[in-house]
Design a protein around this ligand. Structure first.
Ligand code: PLP
Length: 712
């Protein structure tokens, strides 16, 4: 049905040959990430060899090829496991047989969803943060809805960096080889049986890229990879690291993703109905589309060629932060992208289309401006972000008031089956009726939450917290020992965390605007919270971009508090934040804190995941929370914009501590005769019922289909 089907089949057959008879269906399951959002998926692989599963980072292909013969033979004789394998295989099978939802797009003309990062599963390290999570969730949701879509991205050979913190609290980075040969993916081959390749001109080299296919349910994700023997060492390096520090290499990546992506789809015979540029990284692809349009038109029909390009392109902007909207100088661009500029027919025109003011010759160009000009529809990712983006990009539309700038919004959502885990998933599965996940975007679906007995909700919450605390204990101790901390401090992690204690999470990319530093602004109040009569415990995680020294400094300042009384056993910074860790944190924390500097949080999605886990939100009224907060489904810190950042930080830190001290902590400890915090549980219900349907990826993708993919 999609290019690369034969390659997948061959890989499945090959793996099947080395598996014992009863486990053979696993080969199918391994080569499709569909298992990652089945209730029993991960557990099925884990029981085969728990150590190997952990060591391989939950990579099923490596598990089956690296575990011992003995483990496989044992698994083959385990009737319960074999039954699970059969259930998973038939789930995959019936999923494949469901009808496609054709209309705005079709199997012949799918949506091409183009993005620099995709977070499909922790073992595929081609993502960094929220953008990738959103892209991965959209592919999964498209599969669930049966929406014809293909993903287009890059196969980073060493992915995103891993993080270690040293005893002074300073972050160090290291990279591991992702090795596609050991990932659940296949190289797409052409009719001649050789790897299918395309070339992209970069600098003065025609860089060759091959294409990997990763199956995300029914949606194939095609990943371009320039690590080919034909290329120079520089050419091979292009797709090595996500968000590479070297600016010239980043431009080369954009060329491979954009131009290479469009060429690869054409080489495979895919004719998209629409190219969805998810953030501007793939925007150079419009020049390849332009070259195709010009070739089909009489010379000189430049305007008509552009009109045809715009008809095919839609764009989503994901951040008002400058680092997400980089600009490049004329020299930088022409050095790497000269030949691509020629696709536009005219280098000056090429440069001007990415400028805010096309006529200002010394202005730098940005992918965002290019994407906005080259798309028929553009949107931000929350109501407030839409408005902020209209203001920021108003200069691109001279003569229009900010309110009339053609940028709308589709508020983000999260893929519920991926992020709803553990005891909470069991609870909701029990109460929301069969097949409820397919109706997760409907308000009525969630209403029965109001009738779940408080004791049951609280039991699920406590059991989720218990699982989290046991993970924190393990990981924090390991992190501390590796760091070379004194034994006393390391063992405090082992004995200090308590399964009954109010557990507060703060985890996200450590960009400065996320303001982790607010917690360290009033250290005495933070220490009083962990050391008081009704102590709370904190868990932190997050990576700072390798070049972001300011963010690294914030982590160091937080670490300076580790010697204060009580802190060692009640606060932990867990290293190497990733999807797997995020999943555990959002499932287990009672309270999820988000403190962005308004209006810089375009949406934020970790809070939506925490809602699913029964977590309550304490957030600045920015991004998604500005439209989710209803006065009674969590707590809010003022979201006003303030040019005086210091004053704003002090004010917001104070508001945060006031809420924690006066409302959150007392409410958590207010118990009835059965030990249940009735008001807390009522707030959990309200949070689930109000936010569950609105912030699901099901609602989000339906909006993209109805309002954006469909031509108006
Ligand atoms: C969900 C998620 C994010 C995005 O969280 P925000 O709330 O948008 O900061 C980032 N990283 C990982 C690993 C996630 O799972």
């Amino acid at each position: 049905m999609f290019p690369g089907d034969d390659d997948i089949e061959r890989a499945v057959a090959e793996l099947g040959r080395v598996l014992p008879e009863q486990l053979r269906p696993l080969a199918q399951i391994v080569y499709n990430y569909r298992w990652a959002w089945s209730a029993e998926g991960a557990a099925t692989f884990r029981v085969i060899d728990p150590d190997c599963w952990a060591r391989t980072g939950a990579n099923p292909r490596r598990l089956l090829t690296e575990t011992g013969r003995k483990q496989l033979e044992q698994a083959d004789k385990d009737a319960a496991l074999v039954a699970r394998v059969e259930r998973l295989a038939s789930e995959l099978q019936s999923d494949r047989q469901r009808p496609w939802r054709e209309g705005a797009t079709s199997l012949q003309h799918p949506v091409a969803f183009c993005c620099a990062e995709f977070a499909v599963h922790g073992c595929l390290p081609i993502y960094s943060g929220g953008l990738g999570i959103l892209a991965g969730d959209i592919l999964k949701e498209a599969s669930d809805l049966g929406l014809p879509m293909v993903g287009v991205g890059l196969m980073y050979r060493t992915g995103y960096f891993h993080q270690r913190i040293d005893v002074t609290g300073y972050q160090h980075e290291y990279w591991l080889d992702a090795d596609p040969e050991r990932l659940p993916c296949v190289r797409v081959t052409g009719a001649d049986g050789q790897p299918l390749t395309v070339t992209v001109p970069v600098d003065d080299e025609d860089v060759v890229a091959q294409v990997w296919r990763v199956d995300v349910g029914r949606v194939p994700l095609y990943l371009l990879d320039t690590d080919r023997p034909e290329n120079s060492p520089l050419g091979r390096w292009v797709t090595s690291r996500l968000y590479e520090s070297n600016r010239a290499i980043r431009l080369a990546q954009y060329a491979v993703l954009g131009v290479g992506g469009v060429r690869a789809l054409r080489a495979m015979g895919i004719q998209p109905s629409v190219y969805h540029l998810n953030e501007g990284h793939a925007a150079l692809g419009v020049f390849e589309l332009l070259a195709q349009a010009r070739a089909a038109l009489p010379a000189g029909e430049q305007d008509e060629a552009w009109r045809r390009v715009r008809e095919q392109v839609v764009f989503t902007t994901h951040t008002p932060v400058a680092a997400g909207n980089e600009t490049y100088s004329r020299d930088e661009i022409l050095a790497m992208l000269g030949p691509i500029a020629d696709l536009a027919g005219d280098r000056e025109r090429f440069l001007s289309i990415g400028r805010i003011d096309p006529a200002s010759l010394d202005q730098p160009s940005s992918m965002t401006a290019l994407a906005l000009r080259a798309s028929r529809h553009a949107n931000g990712v929350s109501q407030r972000h839409g408005q902020v983006a209209r203001g920021i990009w108003q200069p691109l539309f001279p003569g229009r008031a900010a309110d009339d700038v053609p940028i709308g919004h589709v508020t983000n959502g999260v893929h519920v089956p991926t992020w709803l885990q553990g005891p909470m998933r069991e609870l909701l599965d029990r109460h929301l009726g069969p097949g409820w996940l397919a109706r997760a975007d409907q308000t009525e679906t969630w209403v029965p939450v109001n009738n779940i007995p408080a004791a049951e909700i609280w039991a699920a919450r406590c059991s989720a917290r218990q699982q989290l605390v046991s993970m924190i204990t393990h990981r924090a101790m390991g992190d501390r020992l590796r760091r070379g901390e004194p034994l006393e401090y390391a063992s405090a992690a082992g004995s200090g965390f308590d399964t009954g204690r109010l557990t507060i999470g703060f985890a996200r990319r450590l960009a400065t605007y996320k303001r982790l530093h607010l917690l360290a602004l009033a250290p005495e109040r933070a220490i009083a919270l962990v050391g008081g009569e009704r102590p709370v415990q904190f868990v932190f995680a997050g990576k700072a971009h390798p070049d972001d020294n300011e963010a690294k400094e914030v982590v160091r300042r937080l670490f300076a508090l580790k010697g204060a009384p009580g802190v060692a056993g009640r606060a932990a910074f867990l290293e190497d934040y990733d999807m797997a860790l995020a999943g555990q944190l959002v499932a287990g924390c009672d309270l999820w804190v988000n403190l962005p500097r308004p209006p810089l949080e375009a949406s934020g999605t970790s809070g939506m995941k925490s809602v699913l886990g029964g977590g309550l939100q304490l957030s600045v009224l920015d991004g998604w929370w500005a439209e989710a907060y209803d006065g009674g489904n969590g707590w809010a810190v003022d979201g006003r914009v303030d040019a005086d950042h210091q004053a704003q930080d002090w004010r917001d830190a104070n508001a945060l501590f006031e809420l924690l001290e006066r409302q959150v902590v007392p409410m958590f400890h207010e118990r009835d005769a059965e030990g249940i915090p009735q008001r807390w549980v009522a707030m959990m219900r309200r949070s689930l019922v109000t936010n569950g349907p609105r912030f699901s990826a099901t609602r989000m993708l339906r909006e993209y289909v109805d309002r954006i993919y469909r031509k108006g």
